[in-house]
Write a protein that binds this ligand. Structure first.
Ligand code: CA
Length: 242
């Protein structure tokens, strides 16, 4: 079945923003009596901010964080993140997005982020690629990654867009959608959603952190994936079952 849609994670895939997130998390939580190393931040990557804070609260306080605490801590983390040098687009990301777009495939952003700053920048850095109707963010989801929910919502949004223009053609489903992820919990969510999940290891974790949760393929940079894209897509399109 020909591939019809590609769902993109944002941090660590489209932007080289994870070092800033890891630093902001590890610094911000200390003022609330919590602790998380930058390394641990990579292991939680993909969760909603509130989900991450609650795990720390359970560990350090022995209870869930209140909504007010979650909001206060997340605001402190966001403020620190915004003082970091502006994250740059990941090399190769624009090339890959353009290749996918030129083939007429539907592109959807699926992120656990609630960073307004980065969401606004997408339109500037990747013009004409993303639109508000084809984005799933922390504001849309109830569970977030590693639950498959965000990616299943991404498929729904891709399909809503696709069906408007292709009324009589078979819909976008898990079997014709690819997910691109860089985080262990994101790969877990992608695999659980039933889509072909490509891991791009752009961070400090070993490849096994992405292969063990079930990534179908692994690349070591977005540039490597962009350079292999055409060949990869041909292969997937001519394979009867992925
Ligand atoms: Ca990510």
């Amino acid at each position: 079945m020909p591939i019809k849609a590609v769902l993109f994670d944002m941090d660590g895939v489209l932007y080289d923003s994870m070092p800033n997130h890891a630093k902001a998390w590890s610094t911000a939580v200390t003022e609330f009596g919590l602790s998380m190393s930058p390394h641990e931040a990579y292991l939680h990557e993909g969760r909603t901010g509130h989900g991450t804070i609650n795990i720390l609260a359970q560990r350090h306080w022995g209870r869930n964080a209140t909504t007010e605490e979650m909001e206060r801590i997340y605001a402190a983390k966001s403020a620190l993140f915004n003082t970091c040098p502006e994250p740059q687009p990941m090399p190769g990301a624009a090339q890959l997005l353009q290749s996918i777009r030129s083939l007429g495939l539907t592109i959807v952003l699926v992120t656990g982020s609630a960073q307004h700053s980065l969401l606004t920048r997408l339109a500037h850095d990747f013009p004409g690629i993303f639109s508000a109707e084809r984005m799933v963010t922390a504001f849309d989801v109830k569970y977030g990654k590693p639950n498959p929910e965000p990616y299943l919502m991404g498929i729904e949004k891709a399909n809503a867009h696709f069906r408007t223009n292709n009324e009589h053609i078979a819909p976008i489903t898990q079997s014709n959608t690819i997910i691109i992820e860089n985080a262990p919990l994101g790969v877990q969510a992608g695999v659980a959603s039933g889509c072909f999940t490509i891991a791009v290891n752009t961070g400090p974790l070993p490849d096994s952190a992405l292969l063990d949760p079930g990534a179908n393929l692994l690349f070591h940079s977005m540039q490597e994936l962009a350079d292999s894209w055409e060949e990869l897509l041909n292969l997937l399109n001519t394979t009867t079952s992925i």
